[in-house]
Ligand binder design. Sequence first.
Ligand SMILES: [Zn+2]
Length: 177
Amino acid sequence: MRETLVLNASFEPLATVSLRRAVVLVLQGKAVVERARPGLRVRGAAVEVPVPQVIRLCRYVRVPFRRRAPWSRRGVLVRDRHRCAYCGRRATTVDHVVPRSRGGEDSWLNTVAACAEDNHRKADRTPEQAGMRMLVLPFEPSPGDAMVSAVGLSGRELFPTPPLPDTGGKPPGPRPR
Ligand SMILES: [Zn+2]
């Protein structure tokens, strides 16, 4: 999917959103196009707009004092784009990497999206104990994600896709921290 960079009214980068969301923000008058893809236009119901690469919010969004996004199960699924950390299929549950029974916390770095099957198979074990390899490592969403939520974006657009590691053709291993 094409992604559009969102700048604050002060030109500070906040996050990326889908092209569709970017166009909606422009049509609603909440953002202006700062840079567009040459020669391309998106057709709305009654208007045509250039395909935005960068948009800027018309209203300044204040950086929240608390710069860390609060943890939630839904947030973990959104962050991982509903993809199972163990097999890559659709995930509907949240797995604690270090199980809660072993002192694992409800935190961004200890939880990943998992399919029900893998979550059940892993049970009260760490991935090593269960012999299960993780395709991705959990990460903490950036403060910019929380700021974009302040202008009413939601769902998968809150969290940009983490960059994929360069594996040189081998299957992806855990991301370096
Ligand atoms: Zn799975």
